[in-house]
Design a protein. Structure first.
Lengths: 443, 484
């Protein structure tokens, strides 16, 4: 086997040194009744056979490469520049462990420090951590952090327009706790209704998402006031960070915690993972942050360098009193996000965001002109909800045959939204793609 | 003087991204604009992020230089105990980047993603088989989330029985993630002291186990590199009080094809695909922490689950007792592809992997125990734990040994863990290292022990060869500078 180096002679030499007769003898401390009775029954393929087998599996997948996808809902098709892919394959980054030995890990450490910095600049926040698993877990961690900050307050409120999958994960994290979750309804215009906040007792934090699951941009300035009026932590999440190339940064609107999914930033969709959980907060909450942080310092000669820091918050030091149980995060994906933001630059990022917005606006107008209803009137970024006529589900299936995925049906998340679909347009959809879709769906 | 892998070399400086570039440059080929521009409402529009503008060449130089300051498994031996820094096969990355996988949207109808569903289904079955348990969910994103899944399953099981419990037994050798994961589920961690031979004793567990204790979290092999020989008796004690046994499988690399965790009495086990199953660590993730369970706990696994009907695969949420979702979609799928690819490349030879990993650790243990103090002189599994006791006389600590190893071109072992051993040096060579590499590592460790006596400043002033020397961690924590 090409991954193993030992020859029979090597094994013989080593067994002799150890004083054991054969390889099985190495396992003499394991009681017989814990041992396997069978041998491993897993097929063994050559590299060539493996390529064939995997090509077979991958061939049964619909990929963004050959379908016209108008689907987002938390996973976005953006063009990944070759330079990001290429640099990310540097094995010094890929095959390194967590940078516990900083002298041998300055590449990862400076790269993550830069990622933290660019995230802060994008979201207008003071501090960002080195990443969490995904957007869903980031929202759950933000709500738990709000409860830590709020001390005796045991309730959080979450907008029903936070991505439904994120809300499911929040429920999982909260299930064994004694904390309560209140779900906030949405208004007719497609934004969160915060009017009931005053009735919620012991409110530690409130989470909204912008752009929200309907694609609508929340009025974060108003939301922040309403939430801070209740003396609660203002959490705003996202699944599409590219929007902040155009929108006001949530930090400038007084958000306490900003978190979400960073897959859009140069990370392949890869059937939903790995992506990267982005997490940022105001400076005053830094010691409550979950997850790893990279900090700048100096070495024994006074040279600039980086280390993992403030680790007294973390599980390996604080154990059961840690701010989170997270250990490994999504470091390489955070590097990818950093490389992507670096490649685009401020100018490129803004132009790309504008292009996403404008293309979505083009399709929205064209669909409206074709007689379809856009039920939620709030401004959107690159996703929006369309109400199709009764029976559209059959046509939606037919369009799949034509290699068009005409959005994500909303009825499975919001039973009241039958015939509503969430459509997404990124820079990867051309005007021709959109015109073809409009032609298909106009009555 | 020994031959050293480490040597001097030209190391290039590199400023921050924002210390480079010039406004108006870009490293990105912007798609052609084929639609008109539409302004956002004024009150929503911001100014755009304050990122530096760099050309593609600048971006490439920047990250290439940064990468040369790093050390990976591809650079050399990385004997970081409990982390299983084995070789990451290159074909795995190729498979994960196949367009069918990397370009797949997670919410397409199941008939359009059969390949991914089959891969998840088969991977879960292979993992269950290796573990000796009945069912698996690959949804947890890393080991700690696998542990959390396990604890949520404990909690859900006892609630389902109508008898929620408030405590959990955790040995003093456990990774910090164990108590942290248990705490997230509201459990109070009750520490269990390790016996004099480095393994848990049934009587200690018996004295602590009661009707309000959900069960025990055991790392097996434990973090001293020893197999918990009394695991079955301990499981019997726990089960007699209707508790559950959790095994942290972080150290699974020692026992593939050897141990049957089901027979050993384990109810829940998590596996780290980024350790045992060769997926790269990426400088700290992404990983994947599948959770494996026995039959009676299967209803509690996270949803959605991949189910097979005839020859077709689908995602099902129809498990009313499930603990719910842990990830927005199905977990770190790209990592699953890599692990699956590794399993199929190895087949039954996964047992050889464990045999070689254990052989290497025992060989190192025998060859170093006269110069480094070995607190438990018994056959070890995949890692061996020494201490700095023999070096104390020369005022040399574990940290000094670790830093000196860097000068010689090796990544240091895990240090100061497990906490139960003072000044621990925890060496896990993995199966990937050849005899020559291991001999060179041993010679280097022996040389360092010699230097500690004869020229201790070589150790206390180490490292000298890498780009930076010892870092001021106190300043980093006292005056945090977390962004530029």
């Amino acid at each position: 086997m090409r991954y193993l180096s030992h020859t029979p002679k090597d094994i013989e030499t080593m067994l002799q040194a150890v004083g054991v007769r054969d390889l099985d003898g190495l396992f003499s401390t394991i009681p017989d009744d814990c041992k396997r009775l069978d041998t491993l029954n897993i097929p063994e393929l050559t590299e060539w056979e493996l390529n064939d087998h995997m090509a077979g599996l991958a061939g049964q997948m619909v990929s963004s490469a050959d379908y016209k996808m108008f689907a987002g809902a938390g996973s976005y098709q953006h063009y990944i520049p070759e330079v990001t892919r290429y640099l990310l394959s540097r094995s010094e980054f890929v095959t390194a462990y967590t940078p516990y030995q900083p002298e041998m890990s300055q590449g990862t450490l400076q790269g993550i420090f830069e990622y933290q910095t660019l995230v802060c600049r994008l979201l207008g926040m003071d501090v960002a951590n080195a990443s969490l698993y995904d957007g869903a877990m980031a929202v759950a961690e933000a709500l738990l952090m709000a409860i830590r900050i709020g001390r005796r307050k045991n309730t959080v409120a979450v907008s029903s327009l936070v991505n439904p999958y994120y809300r499911k994960v929040v429920e999982t994290y909260f299930a064994p706790t004694e904390f309560n979750i209140e779900w906030l309804p949405y208004r007719e215009d497609g934004t969160t209704d915060l009017s009931g906040l005053g009735q919620i007792k012991d409110l530690a934090g409130v989470a909204v998402q912008s752009p929200n699951f309907f694609g609508c941009i929340e009025e974060l300035a108003e939301a922040g006031k309403a939430i801070h009026d209740q003396d609660a932590i203002f959490i705003t999440s996202f699944s599409e960070p590219l929007a902040y190339g155009l929108l006001k940064a949530p930090g400038d609107l007084d958000a306490d915690i900003v978190c979400g999914e960073g897959q859009s930033l140069g990370i392949p969709q890869s059937f939903g993972g790995p992506g990267v959980g982005i997490f940022a907060a105001k400076q005053k909450y830094v010691r409550n942050l979950p997850g790893r942080l990279v900090g700048q310092t100096v070495d024994a000669d006074g040279q600039r360098g980086f280390v993992l820091t403030l680790s007294t918050r973390e599980q390996h030091i604080r154990r059961e009193k840690a701010t989170s149980n997270i250990c490994s995060n999504q470091s390489l994906c955070a590097m990818a996000a950093g490389m992507y933001m670096a490649a685009l630059g401020g100018t490129g990022f803004r132009e790309l965001a504008a292009l996403n917005h404008d293309k979505a606006e083009y399709l929205k107008s064209a669909l409206q002109a074709a007689g379809l209803e856009i039920p939620f009137t709030s401004a959107t970024f690159n996703e929006f909800v369309v109400k199709f006529p009764e029976g559209f589900d059959r046509q939606w299936q037919d369009l799949l045959q034509k290699k068009i995925l005409a959005g994500i049906p909303m009825v499975c998340y919001y039973p009241e939204l039958a015939n509503h679909y969430l459509l997404c347009v990124t820079e990867t959809r051309s005007k021709n793609d959109m015109d073809a879709l409009v032609k298909e769906v106009q009555s | 003087m020994i031959d050293s892998v480490g040597t001097r070399g030209l190391i290039l400086n590199e400023p921050f991204l924002w210390e480079r570039g010039g406004k108006g440059r870009t490293g990105y080929s912007l798609p052609r604009r084929d639609v008109p521009s539409v302004p956002l409402p004024d009150h929503l529009a911001g100014d755009g992020p304050d990122f530096p503008d760099l050309s593609e060449v600048e971006v490439v130089r920047h990250y290439t230089r940064l990468s040369t300051w790093n050390y990976g498994v591809d650079s050399g031996m990385y004997p970081l105990g409990s982390c299983t820094m084995k070789y990451n096969p290159k074909t795995n990355d190729r498979q994960a980047s196949l367009t069918g996988f990397s370009g797949a949207h997670p919410l397409v109808p199941s008939e359009l993603c059969q390949g991914a569903l089959q891969l998840i289904y088969d991977l879960e079955h292979h993992l269950a088989h290796v573990a000796g348990l009945d069912a698996v969910s690959v949804q947890p994103s890393a080991g700690a989330q696998g542990e959390l899944a396990g604890m949520l399953i404990f909690s859900a099981y006892h609630r389902d029985q109508g008898k929620p419990r408030s405590k959990i037994l955790i040995p003093d050798t456990a990774h910090g993630t164990n108590p942290a994961s248990a705490a997230l589920c509201g459990y109070k961690a009750v520490p269990v002291e390790t016996g004099p031979d480095g393994v848990l004793l049934p009587e200690t567990v018996e004295a602590l186990m009661d009707d309000d204790t959900a069960g025990i979290m055991v790392t097996n092999p434990n973090t001293l590199g020893l197999f918990e020989t009394h695991i079955q008796a301990i499981a019997d004690i726990i089960h007699a009080k209707d508790g559950l046994v959790y095994a942290d499988g972080a150290n699974m690399n020692a026992v593939m094809g050897v141990v049957d965790f089901g027979r050993a009495g384990v109810d829940v086990l998590h596996i780290n695909l980024h350790k045992t199953f060769s997926t790269p660590h990426g400088g700290g993730g992404p990983g994947s922490g599948p959770v494996c369970v026995c039959k009676r706990l299967e209803p509690f696994l996270p949803v959605p689950r991949v189910v097979k009907t005839g020859e077709s695969y689908a995602l099902s949420e129809d498990f009313p007792k499930s603990i719910g979702k842990l990830h927005a979609f199905y977990g770190n799928f790209g990592i699953m592809v890599r692990a699956y690819s590794y399993m199929l490349s190895m087949g039954p030879k996964l047992k050889d992997v464990s045999q070689h990993a254990v052989l290497n650790a025992n060989y190192i243990k025998e060859k170093l125990k006269d110069v480094y103090h070995l607190p438990f002189d018994v056959p070890c599994m995949h890692e061996c734990v020494f201490t700095d006791k023999f070096l104390e006389a020369h005022k040399i600590t574990t940290l000094d040994v670790a830093k000196r190893l860097i000068d010689y071109g090796f990544h240091p072992p895990t240090i100061y863990f497990p906490l139960v051993v003072h000044g621990a040096i925890m060496i896990e060579p993995t199966e990937s290292e050849s005899l020559e590499n291991i001999d060179q590592f041993i010679a280097t460790m022996r040389q360092i022990a010699q230097e500690a006596k004869e020229n201790p400043s070589l150790l206390t002033e180490a490292p000298r060869n890498p780009k930076v020397r010892r870092m001021d961690e106190t300043q980093a924590a006292r005056k945090p500078c977390l962004r530029g």
